[in-house]
Write a protein that binds this ligand. Structure first.
Ligand code: TXA
Ligand code: MG
Length: 318
């Protein structure tokens, strides 16, 4: 169904559309989110349809303040409390035991719920004006790279959603770190801008799981689906590796200069810039008819872990 998508800079207008049962995309510091109020069952179903998202993939619930956690989660471990105290609001999602008020449409039938309190001031104001907590996956069509600018949201979802609250490009550009605190031992489910090292400084016993696309019932249901994939083929490399940019229209993104000339080139000054630029570079490459994107694989620590994870998934390697 084609509908008119309202493009607005007004947080009040976007919140009014959400509160009347609309599906509204909004900026956060990680990536843009596609929101529906958890008190609007019809809107939740329309959100899944607009994104082309499988119903067995749960949504993260977004809150305007830490004080709201008790509205959606039923009990908190000491570790969860410590992580909230240190990292909320920010680019961290905690999986917690769900409160009965959260519908199973949101959690895809699970007894746990992903909870996040973004730090971006526009997101916080939007969530503050919302009449209930807001379930929001990344605002892209399922399988494609996440949207890190309002233009990228329009590219994927214009005519499929009620409203897009326009904001700045996402400061981080990678989705939130996810830690499952609903079981006995806290588990890192998705790497992000809050690094494993930072998490372990607060909760040393956090462990990691290798989640692969092949797994039938992974701890993080979304990770069994292919992700972040541009149309172009992704080739992972070290900068000195076997790059041949002249064979087909090729592009490169990484920290070091590649040895060959490329049709599109993004040399980043830091891992932060690499993370910020990655998904918008993928989209630019697709729009420019690039067939192969060479990506430098950073080392597996700090923010490098999150970038590596996205690159491996985009390349179909996990
Ligand atoms: O930064 C972000 O996290 C963005 C912004 C909009 O907040 N959101 C985002 O949502 O990346 P999404 O839906 O694209 O990715 C959320 C991931 C999915 O892989 C989903 O399976 C997992 O979180 N997830 C959500 N609830 C869960 C739960 N109760 N247990 C395990 N995994 C869960
Ligand atoms: Mg996503």
């Amino acid at each position: 169904m084609i509908m008119q998508t309202t493009l607005t800079d007004s947080v009040e207008e976007a919140a009014a559309i959400l509160n009347s049962g609309g599906v509204v995309a909004f900026p956060t510091e990680t990536v843009y989110g596609l929101g529906a109020g958890i008190c609007h069952p019809e809107a939740l179903l329309r959100l899944f349809r607009a994104k082309g998202r499988p119903a067995d993939n749960p949504l993260i619930v977004h809150l305007s303040s830490v004080g709201q956690v008790a509205e959606v989660a039923s009990s908190l471990s000491l570790q969860a409390e410590q992580l909230i105290a240190r990292f909320f609001p920010g680019p961290l999602t905690l999986v917690l035991k769900k409160n009965p008020s959260v519908p199973y449409t949101v959690t895809a039938g699970l007894e746990s719920v992903g909870v996040r309190c973004p730090a971006n001031p526009v997101a916080r104001e939007f969530l503050r004006l919302a009449c209930c907590p807001v379930a929001a996956p990344s605002a892209n069509r399922s399988g494609l790279p996440s949207a890190t600018s309002w233009e990228a949201v329009m590219e994927d979802l214009d005519g499929k959603i009620d409203c897009l609250l326009r904001g700045k490009p996402s400061a981080i550009g990678l989705e939130s770190t996810i830690v499952d605190c609903s079981g006995k031992r806290p588990l890192l489910l998705r790497a992000g801008a809050i690094t494993l090292e930072q998490l372990r400084a607060v909760v040393p016993e956090i462990t990691t799981v290798a989640v692969t696309v092949q797994e039938k019932r992974p701890k993080c249901p979304g990770l069994k689906y292919p992700h972040y994939a541009p149309k172009a083929t992704i080739r992972l490399c070290t900068a000195a590796g076997n790059i041949d940019g002249n064979l087909s229209p090729a592009a490169y993104i990484g920290l070091l200069e590649p040895p060959q000339s490329m049709k599109l080139l993004k040399v980043c000054r830091s891992l932060e810039e690499y993370g910020q630029e990655l998904f918008s570079f993928f989209r630019l490459c697709d729009a420019s008819g690039i067939e192969v994107i060479y990506c430098e694989l950073p080392s597996d620590d700090g923010l490098g872990r999150a970038i590596r994870d996205r690159l491996m998934r985009a390349a179909g390697l996990c």
